[in-house]
Design a protein around this ligand. Structure first.
Ligand code: ADP
Length: 172
């Protein structure tokens, strides 16, 4: 199962996969960070479509087309804002990953790329979020044969180092 996971440093908008995941906000109308980068790279049609979707609750996911992106689909998920850990942040973040995998399965996606959801502007502690990302992925892949590759696109060296370290713990 390990071989179906790839960890790399880079820009998610450049990934040649069937679907990329967007760390969006509840409005789905775009924002900063990875969300802004995805909207810029996909072009204005993305906003037209997400406007029609009309929002997304925290912990859930919604799909749009990828437009000018190499990826066919964008799966938009809304991570929790970190409020100290007592507001079910862990459960909501796990739910994001599960919802994205459900969407991917429904769409027949074989390759999918994730950013580090909630760990930028939303302030979720990086190691804790990475542990959730990788253990949810392990649990999903254990029961699924349709997804061939899950790519974690790390933006910067700190994120890359953290993913490598937690990967060694989760998959030992
Ligand atoms: P959130 O609001 O969910 O915290 P952010 O976009 O602020 O989302 O940050 C989530 C992660 O995405 C951070 O690690 C940030 O560095 C990273 N990120 C920003 N731009 C990109 C990009 N183009 N590709 C991949 N990851 C990115």
């Amino acid at each position: 199962m390990k071989e179906r996971i790839e960890i790399l440093e880079g820009d998610i908008t450049k990934q040649e996969v069937d679907a990329i995941v967007n760390a969006a906000n509840n409005s789905l109308l775009g924002g900063g960070g990875v969300d802004g980068a995805i909207h810029r790279a996909a072009g204005p049609q993305l906003l037209e479509e997400t406007r029609k979707i009309g929002g997304c609750p925290t912990g859930e996911a919604r799909t749009s087309k990828g437009y000018r992106l190499p990826a066919k689909w964008v799966i938009h998920t809304v991570g929790p804002i970190w409020r100290g850990g007592g507001k079910n942040e862990d459960g909501l973040l796990a739910s994001c990953y599960r919802s994205c995998f459900e969407e991917a399965k429904r769409l027949g996606v074989r390759t999918i790329a994730f950013p580090s959801i909630s760990t930028g502007a939303y302030g979720f502690p990086l190691e804790r979020a990475t542990r959730i990302a990788l253990s949810e992925t392990r649990d999903f892949l254990a029961g699924d044969a349709s997804i061939e590759k899950v790519v974690f696109v790390c933006f910067g060296q700190e994120v890359l180092d953290t993913y490598r370290e937690i990967f060694a713990q989760v998959f030992r």
